[in-house]
Design a protein around this ligand. Structure first.
Ligand code: G1P
Length: 291
């Protein structure tokens, strides 16, 4: 089946979170600026979206997060200095981290009322078209990237697609969990969705990681600002209301996933990415052996 749906051109990046698990590192620095190997988390997810064909990047930002938009700016002094010193390689790296004009859009989430609320804050910038959501805490190492894989699934079935992976049952209370329908290769139809269920109540162990392709009707449900798990406006609850009316699939994506919102996941990602970097991989291996 190929339903030829409307293209996904816009992506929302919720970046208003406080990053309390990384204090004091995140006391003045946004957690999205923490580096995995040579680039900050936010740049990893930006590149994944850009490589998937996204044209408009929407940051849902908050207080003390200006560094995130600055990171993607044109830096004339830096470029001149690198040029004068003949550092052409580094110049190319810096230019690759710039967002061309007219691509970055900002909106703010004034209060931490939950992921659903953060996404709702972008509704005017999305308008009436399908869009992606990428949580910068979740990093997936694979070519093609996780979002590009999801867009393939979306082109086949239309509707809504979330990235999913199996987790140990005792961890279901950390994630949105699927009630699984028909299996279709790597994709699975979704019958139900529950946010952070107790392991004993979880309908499966297939959990959503931070990648979504959603239809704009989600905003009608988010607009109710209904509180769910943790007394927050949950994206999962609004998605559950789309079930039955629109196609909704989970994609068991290819690639290694790192939860960089936890210190262990962050360290694992740094090890994995640096071990794949030909410039330093031997050195990293040596350090690990010594330690
Ligand atoms: C959010 C979502 C949850 C999802 C998770 C993926 O939870 O609410 O459904 O599984 O992201 O990282 P949070 O991590 O913000 O608690």
């Amino acid at each position: 089946m190929n339903v030829n749906p409307k293209p996904v051109r816009k992506a929302v990046f919720p970046v208003a979170g406080l990053g309390t698990r990384f204090l004091p590192a995140t006391k003045v620095m946004p957690k999205e600026m923490l580096p995995i190997n040579d680039r900050p988390l936010i740049q990893h997810v930006y590149e994944e979206a850009r490589d998937a064909g996204i044209e408009e990047f929407i940051f849902v930002t908050g207080r003390y997060k200006n560094m995130l938009e600055e990171h993607f700016d044109y830096q004339p002094e830096l470029e001149q200095t690198l040029k004068a010193r003949g550092k052409e390689d580094m110049l190319a790296v810096i230019r690759d981290s710039e967002m061309p004009e007219g691509k970055l859009f900002l909106t703010r989430q004034p209060k931490p009322l939950g992921l659903g609320h953060a996404v709702w804050c972008a509704h005017k910038l999305i308008g009436d078209e399908p869009f992606a959501i990428i949580l910068p805490d979740d990093i997936v190492s694979h070519e093609p990237g996780c979002l590009a894989q999801m867009i393939e699934t979306y082109n086949e079935y239309g509707g809504n697609v979330v990235a999913v992976k199996n987790v140990p049952r005792e961890e279901t209370k950390k994630y949105g969990i699927l009630d699984i329908g028909e299996e279709k290769g790597d994709a699975v139809a979704i019958n139900g969705l529950v946010e952070k269920p107790d392991p004993k109540d979880a309908p499966s162990t297939l959990s959503i990681i931070g990648r979504y392709i959603l239809q704009p009707e989600i905003f009608e449900h988010l607009a109710a600002f209904e509180r769910g798990a943790g007394n927050e406006v949950q994206l999962t609850d609004a998605m559950a209301k789309l079930l039955g009316n629109q196609a909704f699939h989970g994609l068991r994506f290819k690639g290694q996933h790192f939860d960089c919102g936890s210190r262990l996941g962050f360290i694992a990602a740094n090890l994995a990415y640096s071990l794949k970097d030909p410039e330093i991989s031997d050195g990293v291996r040596e350090i690990l052996n010594k330690l």
